[in-house]
Ligand binder design. Structure first.
Ligand code: UD1
Length: 338
């Protein structure tokens, strides 16, 4: 079965392509290389022994999307990652985010609407919950006003898919709301490759440990949590990737009573920033240079997933630990800086 993976050379996309190929799916990757390189294609090929089909293409071009679906008429499912994801940049340049993240989604859905049968998985985020009123966060928690245009594109994206599914019996879709993906494939052939200064915690930690950054700024230790730092649900990217295969199989096997559904994808365990640092120090056997600074605007205090729905309905569960994830992130950082 041929599956189109947009943004398939990115951090999460590349790990998903590996899991899909390992499960026997045939993959067509589309990527505009705006935030990735062709080396990732080699990494995927080395791990799986199979080179996926690759098309360099910008999904903001409606005609190009149309041509893609004419070329690959047998695309049976789409996993859609291609999107911009820098929160700060989205505040500075909202139209770039709305154009890139929403137009591409609309053009793909328009093509899928024309098919007899289509399956679609959307890369969403726990950011849709904002600061949830209770923890762990279940899928029925209310959607809070978005803190940034980036976050808004995930909310609007889900709405677009839901409305489209309501009028398209041929289309089955799932939105996966990721918590905080970290780590790298154990082969160290693929991993996270942030451009410029990392905005996320774990790449900043590994770059500090390797000497690329002087020190990590910990954004606030006066939050109402046990040690005062924010709490997140850090999930190993390989576990996250496997959740996509489980979701795709559910769609293909037509198991769902509704044609649009959504799932939290996390471990169910929250870790504070200081706990992440401590665990990193253990796995890397070195002290990390860090300093407590002011809070970062827009940060929620705590977010971790209730994973019951994903466990029971998708039959999927995160298996790898925070230690596993940080250890792989650290090995990856050391490998790419050699
Ligand atoms: C961030 C985005 C979120 C997006 C996600 C994508 C914000 C406010 N949120 O989530 O919308 O979906 O990335 O991966 O940008 N931290 C530090 N120092 C650092 C970096 C982070 O102390 O240099 C802390 C943060 O305050 C937070 C935790 O580490 O408590 C995790 O931060 P991060 O990795 O940026 O993830 P989120 O904030 O959860």
């Amino acid at each position: 079965m041929k599956i189109l993976v947009t943004g398939g050379l990115g951090f999460i996309g590349s790990h998903v392509v590996v899991e899909l190929q390992n499960e026997g799916f045939e993959v067509v990757i589309v990527d505009n290389l705006s935030n990735s390189t062709l080396d990732v294609l080699d990494g995927i090929t080395k791990i799986t022994g199979k080179k996926p089909i690759f098309e360099k293409l910008d999904l903001r071009e409606k005609n190009a999307v149309s041509n893609l679906f004419s070329t690959y008429k047998d695309i049976y499912g789409v996993i859609h990652f291609a999107a911009s994801k820098a929160v700060g940049e989205s505040v500075e340049n909202p139209l770039l985010y709305y154009e890139n993240n929403l137009n591409s989604l609309i053009y793909i859905l328009q093509e899928l609407q024309k098919k007899d049968k289509a399956h679609f998985i959307f890369s969403s985020s726990c950011t849709v919950y904002g600061q949830a009123d209770s923890l762990p966060i279940t899928e029925s928690a209310p959607i809070k006003p978005a803190e940034s245009p980036y976050g808004n594109t995930k909310q609007i994206g889900e709405e677009i898919i839901k409305d489209t599914c309501r009028v398209s019996d041929n289309l089955q879709a799932i939105a996966l709301r990721y918590f905080n993906p970290i780590g790298s494939h154990e082969s160290l052939q693929i991993g996270e490759l942030p451009t410029g200064t990392p905005q996320n915690l774990v790449p900043f930690i590994t770059q500090t440990a390797i000497g690329l950054r002087e020190k990590l700024a910990v954004f606030g230790n006066d939050y109402p949590t046990e040690d005062g730092t924010c709490i997140r649900d850090y999930i190993h990217v390989v576990d996250l990737a496997k959740a996509h295969v489980a979701a795709l199989k559910r769609l293909i096997e037509n198991k769902s009573a509704t044609n649009f559904d959504y799932f939290n994808i996390g471990t169910g365990t929250g870790s504070s920033v200081l706990e992440v640092i401590k665990t990193f120090e253990e796995v890397s056997d070195q002290k990390l240079n860090y300093q407590i600074v002011a809070r970062r605007e827009g940060d929620v205090i705590a977010a971790y997933a209730d994973t019951e729905k994903a466990n029971n309905v998708l039959g999927w569960q995160a298996k790898l630990s925070l230690k596993d994830a940080l250890s792989s992130a650290w090995q990856w950082e050391q490998k790419i800086r050699k």
